[in-house]
Design a protein around this ligand. Structure first.
Ligand SMILES: C[S@@+](CC[C@H](N)C(=O)[O-])C[C@H]1O[C@@H](n2cnc3c(N)ncnc32)[C@H](O)[C@@H]1O
Length: 284
């Protein structure tokens, strides 16, 4: 028998999703919730969406929440996505970070909502190439600390192993970079140690408080704010403001902008890329 989703069950479930991870499900998306969540309700032996939603909040059933997050998040990503932010990183941001680097301190870069890691691996490849092309600066990979975080444990496991299938590896990666930075085994491609060794992962829900991350020189928070409402977006970028060094930068996705009422950042155009920087006048 086909599992029914009543309008009230739809509202209760989408409110739960919004409260847990900020994702907004539009009122006309009942078919989407049914399509994605009904298999979870049935697989876990519940007879209705109502019964399932009640159990979701229970600590004893945290696997239910993990599964729900996996089906409700969009993990679309690719290497060097949109290209120009990575050109700007290599040509302008990275040289500046290196120039202002304090002795004994690592340059820290955070890919918030990293998905399967193509964003942070793209950054790691550029750092490697920058070091190779600027040998006189005496930099090594260990001068950098890259952190990838996501709400999806499944995605974070992919970042940790740096492993990509034949379709994923071709998206955005040139043959030269594929050859330089990945090795193939049984039709899976694995990132080389030079890259993986400077990347750490952490499970972070951007809508919850996080304070143990330390300060970053660059935060990439791209293609995730589009799933949130204005208040959630504003809370997230405000929290990021407090996670940036005074001279740090925040990079959003091509379709994402700061709320007009946000007065913590100044936005700056570097080539084709918009960068948000903490306002010098604000105290922290
Ligand atoms: C479309 S991907 C973006 C990946 C990458 N930043 C890029 O631009 O290619 C969005 C990611 O945001 C994650 N996400 C969604 N809600 C989140 C939340 N509340 N906290 C942390 N990550 C979240 C999803 O799991 C997904 O991996």
């Amino acid at each position: 028998m086909k599992l029914e989703l009543s309008h009230n069950e739809f509202l209760a479930l989408t409110e739960f999703i919004h409260n847990k991870c900020g994702i907004v499900v539009n009122k006309d998306k009942e078919y989407l919730i049914h399509q994605r969540v009904a298999p979870l309700v049935e697989r876990n032996g519940f007879s209705s969406f109502e019964e399932y939603t009640k159990k979701l909040s229970s600590l004893f059933h945290s696997h239910l929440l993990d599964e729900l997050i996996e089906v409700m998040t969009t993990n679309e990503t690719s290497f060097f996505r949109d290209k120009h932010p990575f050109d700007t990183f290599y040509n302008k941001i990275l040289p500046e970070l290196v120039k202002n680097r304090k002795m004994g301190r690592k340059i820290r870069i955070w890919s918030a909502a990293s998905s399967s890691g193509q964003e942070i691996y793209s950054i790691a490849m550029l750092i490697f190439e920058f070091i190779e092309n600027n040998k006189g600066l005496g930099l090594v990979m260990q001068n950098f600390e890259l952190v990838a975080t996501d709400i999806s444990n499944e995605m974070l496991n992919k970042v940790k192993t740096g492993s990509y299938n034949g379709v994923e590896i071709k998206r955005g990666l040139s043959p030269a970079r594929l050859n330089n930075f990945f090795t193939e085994k049984n039709e899976m491609w694995y990132a080389k140690k030079e890259l993986t060794q400077i990347i750490t992962t952490k499970h972070i829900n951007l809508t919850s408080p996080y304070s143990s991350m330390g300060l970053f020189d660059l935060i990439l928070c791209r293609n995730v704010l589009i799933y949130f409402d204005e208040k959630t977006k504003n809370d997230i970028v405000t929290q990021m403001y407090y996670s940036l060094n005074k001279t740090g930068s925040l990079m959003l996705g091509a379709m994402e902008t700061l709320n007009t009422t946000n007065d913590l950042f100044v936005t700056k155009r570097i080539d084709r890329t918009t960068i948000c920087q903490p306002k010098p006048s604000n105290s922290r």
